[in-house]
Design a protein around this ligand. Structure first.
Ligand SMILES: [Cu+2]
Length: 147
């Protein structure tokens, strides 16, 4: 009897948690970890200098050795961002939240190479170069997409 009661209570709490839509009750802890890292990266963007480029339909972010310039930009939905490797090193562009946008792998991003990503959804899209940084340190950047 007691076990049944506990089971029912657990089920009820899971339902409650599911109802709030944010967390992932009973889900894998790695998912929660990834969300935390994404939030940390977005916090860094909020504290940083976000350059407004909302007047442009196409903008450029330079990857130099070893950071992104400008580090943080704000663009309008539908804007094409050209990532240009303007350095002497190989870099890459990886979204912090997996599959948030199409990554630019190191193989396609030698010095002089260019990779374009069009951002069609509103939101904050932090990214980093895994060769010279982590999601929250070193060679990092972010795209804020607004309506
Ligand atoms: Cu790099």
């Amino acid at each position: 009897m007691k076990k049944l009661t506990i089971g029912a209570a657990l089920a009820a709490s899971v339902l409650l948690l599911a109802g709030c839509g944010e967390s992932d009750p009973g889900g894998s802890s790695s998912d929660d970890g990834a969300d935390d890292v994404t939030q940390q990266a977005i916090d860094l963007m909020n504290e940083g200098d976000v350059v407004s480029e909302t007047g442009e339909s196409e903008v450029t972010v330079d990857a130099v050795d070893n950071n992104f310039k400008p580090e943080y930009i704000e663009i309008k939905k539908g804007t094409k961002v050209n990532f240009v490797n303007d350095g002497r090193n190989v870099h890459n562009v990886l979204p912090v939240a997996e599959d948030a946008f199409t990554e630019i792998p190191a193989d396609d991003f030698d010095p002089g190479d260019e990779g374009a990503v069009t951002f069609d959804e509103v939101g904050d899209f932090p990214y980093y170069c895994s060769l010279h940084g982590t999601p929250t340190k070193g060679m990092i950047g972010g795209i804020r997409v607004v309506e």
